[in-house]
Write a protein that binds this ligand. Sequence first.
Ligand SMILES: [Mg+2]
Length: 267
Amino acid sequence: MSAPERSSGSAGERGPSVGPTQQHRAGDAPGSARQQDRTPARRAPLRARSEPFVLGVDLDGVCGDFTLAFRAVAAEMLGRPEHELPLERSWDFREWGLADGDYERIHVRAVIDKRILRSLPVIDGAADALWRMSDAGIWIRIITHRLYVNWSHAVAITDTVDWLDSARIPYRDLCFLGAKPEVEADAYIDDAPHNIEALRAQGNDVIVFDQPYNRDLPGPRARSWAEVEEIVYALAAREHPVQTQLPGIDAGADRLPRRRDADAESP
Ligand SMILES: [Mg+2]
């Protein structure tokens, strides 16, 4: 049985990079020339660059509650009450007692038929924290490992983009990956143990987003998006000044729809 993001069976060795989106200011992606060079060396110290600090942000289990949405589909397919499928689960779902092939069948139903990727519950505080970090000059690079099965790429990509818009999550570029976890960021936030370990093995700074299945990993660890912000600002400030917002003037994650509404109402 496989777990999400873990399979190497994806056709997407390295998926398309989409963006920046209509939500965001145009600009060349930092390190874009370096994207041609896939050597594992870390980015040059920020002091030697004028580029912004790039934060690689995972989606499932970090910005969106994959387990919650997946459990609803699993309970329906297995004919079991949801309470028998605990949210405090291991990476391989062993607490759910799935049989061989169950995970794959449920995943297909969940992504293709139920379209859970466009309706995942947003993890508390993610959108507002990402907007604040973006306002502070952090370059938000969304990284998702959703190219999990060969024939669902179109649905996964379409639903991911729709979900990011509806969740009001800001980003400057969006990377769909298969097996390789690294996309030239200065730091990463992820929940998947194998991704965290692989990124750290390459010398990257990785914040563990706390989930039941990653608690054996060493920190830095964030149990909330407020803690993510604190850690990111500390990492970025090592090499680069960070201007955070003052309390009380947060423009909020709903700034874009508010601006559109205001523009529509103006004569
Ligand atoms: Mg994840």
